[in-house]
Design a binder for this molecule. Structure first.
Ligand SMILES: [Zn+2]
Length: 231
């Protein structure tokens, strides 16, 4: 079912450690807060609970099935680490979406916004990359099935969700894309806060966002045709 020595899995472990360090460097979390995972077929590689990012090694990354069964990590004798406390949320999102990687941040701009808003509105057209205005899921305790359900519900049609008084979750086709979306989400929240300092800002209409999404699709299609030489 899985091979703990596979190159793919080793690469995912190394990538999770390196992106975890970036989470700190980019100010998207502090200490050991936040977590991330990558799906490899029926197996999910997920960062461990309670290990500071500065100390995390690839062999600390945990392996679980899509139903939450912990798997031997294949790194030899010694105590295995405990998977992230938000494992239920990661698994619920894999079950409900096409996610191949998930990033959960504790980034300050989205947390500040979540205390007083129900949604991050379209202050910039780049929000179409997240599927549109980003919902704020109601507060539920960390690590709970309730939080997993609330996050998954608020993700409907979106690739990002803000968790009230907690942080944010983004997903993508790989870890690089999920991470880029976490950075984009934080930047959008900061830009919205700056806009609020001038008064109540104008927000892009649904029609304007749909036009951007259509143009993005058109250009992607154009790129593909160009690369494959099928024009
Ligand atoms: Zn968290």
């Amino acid at each position: 079912m899985y091979d703990t020595d596979s190159d793919e899995l080793q690469a995912a472990r190394a990538q999770l450690v390196s992106y975890s360090a970036r989470l700190l460097d980019d100010g998207l979390a502090v200490g050991s807060a936040g977590n991330m995972s990558v799906r490899l077929g029926d197996v999910v590689a997920i960062t461990p609970s309670g290990i500071g990012y500065a100390d995390m090694r690839p062999s600390d990354v945990c392996l679980i099935t899509l139903t939450g069964t912990e798997l031997p990590d294949g790194t030899g004798p010694g105590a295995q680490e405990t998977p992230s406390s938000e494992t239920p949320m990661h698994l619920a999102i894999y079950a409900a979406t096409g996610a191949q990687a998930i990033v959960h941040s504790h980034s300050p701009e989205v947390i500040a916004l979540s205390a007083s808003r129900d949604e991050l509105p379209a202050i910039h057209y780049a929000i179409t990359g997240l599927g549109g205005p980003v919902r704020v899921a109601p507060y539920v305790r960390f690590g709970s099935a309730g939080l997993a359900a609330a996050a998954t519900r608020a993700l409907d049609g979106r690739r990002a969700v803000i968790l009230r008084h907690h942080g944010a979750v983004t997903y993508g086709r790989d870890l690089a894309q999920a991470y880029d979306r976490a950075v984009l989400l934080e930047w959008l929240a900061r830009t919205y806060r700056l806009a609020l300092s001038y008064g109540e800002p104008a927000i892009l209409s649904a029609e304007a966002l749909e036009e951007v999404a259509a143009e993005t699709r058109r250009r992607r299609y154009g790129d593909r045709r160009g690369r494959t030489g099928t024009t």
